[in-house]
Design a binder for this molecule. Structure first.
Ligand SMILES: *Cc1c(COP(=O)(O)O)cnc(C)c1O
Length: 368
């Protein structure tokens, strides 16, 4: 438990982000809540989306995430779709698929074969992922062709693919368009075999920002729901739903050449140091040194080594009187550019920063 260091998650801002996406003319939204809803909290985020926003399908990465969610909220009215680590071909965990509103994405031929042969799974809706060029998970068109005759009676509930490069500005004939062409071939192939395809989805945040894939049944936003933009120049003006708050723990003056903390990292000039009680055990990113942090309108930089429980911020000596122990520090705030800017400087991506907030940091939920 921490007191004045916390992640504030504003659910009303999540609601506004969903509305903004809907106003873009998007089809139905299938929000991705994997990785603890990108660090924002699987259970509260899923409950809010389901109860307050009436969202009927949610996406996660692993069977364990879905099982955890239904254990915590047995009366949840939404269905969970597992996109990668489904464990569907494992007899040990099959009962979860029989007894909970969980559906696996079948992304390899052996899984499809297993489900088709297994009597206990005869009512499982078939969700198939097609590899259209990302070359990670998914059935190839050749594999789909072989399977198609066996899919005829049951039909495909949901056919999907995932884009490798949708965060680049779209251009005719680019990778994303080529993936879309492959996806159309998959649809046609099933159609030619008389296999009914009831629902489809292709778009993650990068594609959604560019209104690409809106003719399918669903879109699958992750990142943008929680705030950060993907496509540069940034046009997505959603809110960062979280704000990472801490405080100055201690301040002191340093002379040029003074070593600070572990190892030998010397002050580059006379300056003023503010220690914050946030280290790599709180925000698990090791490349924060040098990153700019604004405190009371004064620009400082993370300095020297990030420690387990603390980091140093180096301020210009002229601003010494503007910073004192107890002052509030927002590592990022509700402006979705702050996290993009921070990630850029830390040579990582906003996805990583949000997932890097460890469970030592309390999540405080707020509704306006
Ligand atoms: C994570 C994920 C998404 C969401 O991606 P974002 O870039 O965060 O919007 C969509 N679809 C699949 C299959 C995913 O795994």
């Amino acid at each position: 438990m921490r007191y004045s260091t916390y992640l504030e998650v504003n659910l009303s801002l999540l609601q506004e982000n969903v509305k903004k996406i809907q106003e873009m003319g998007a089809p139905q939204i299938l929000p991705m809540v994997k990785a603890d809803a990108y660090g924002n909290g699987l259970v509260p985020i899923s409950q809010f989306l389901s109860r307050e926003m009436n969202i009927r399908k949610l996406g996660c990465a692993t069977l364990g995430e879905a099982v955890h969610l239904y254990r915590e909220c047995p009366d949840l009215k939404s269905e969970m779709i597992i996109f990668s680590d489904t464990e569907v071909s494992s007899e040990n965990w099959m009962h979860f698929y029989e007894n909970l509103p969980i559906t696996p994405v079948l992304h390899q031929a052996s899984d499809v074969d297993f489900v088709l042969k297994n009597k206990n799974l005869k009512d499982l809706p078939l969700i198939l992922k097609i590899n259209t060029g990302m070359n990670r998970l998914g059935l190839s068109l050749d594999e789909l062709e072989l399977l198609a005759p066996r899919l005829k009676g049951r039909g495909v509930e949901h056919l999907m693919t995932h884009f490798a490069c949708s965060y680049y500005p779209l251009k005719e004939g680019d990778k994303t368009h080529r993936q879309m062409e492959e996806f159309k071939k998959a649809k046609k192939l099933l159609n030619d075999h008389g296999v009914e395809v009831r629902e489809t989805s292709v778009s993650n945040s990068g594609a959604i920002e560019q209104k690409f894939g809106f003719q399918e049944t669903y879109i699958r936003p992750g990142l943008m729901l929680y705030g950060p933009p993907s496509v540069e120049p940034y046009t997505w003006d959603g809110h960062q739903i979280s704000k990472f708050v801490t405080k100055i723990l201690k301040t002191f003056e340093v002379k040029k050449g003074t070593p600070v903390g572990y190892g030998i990292n010397v002050a580059p000039e006379d300056g003023y140091i503010g220690i914050i009680p946030v280290g790599y055990a709180d925000l698990s990113v090791t490349t924060l040194s040098g990153v700019e942090i604004l405190v009371n309108g004064v620009k400082g930089k993370i300095f020297a080594r990030v420690n387990m429980d603390m980091s140093f911020i180096f301020f210009p000596i002229k601003d010494k009187n503007k910073i004192k122990s107890g002052d509030i520090v927002e590592i990022w705030n509700h402006d979705n550019r702050t996290i993009a800017y921070l990630a850029d400087q830390a040579k990582t991506i906003p996805y990583h920063l949000m997932c890097a907030v460890t469970n030592r940091i309390q999540r405080n939920y707020k509704v306006n």
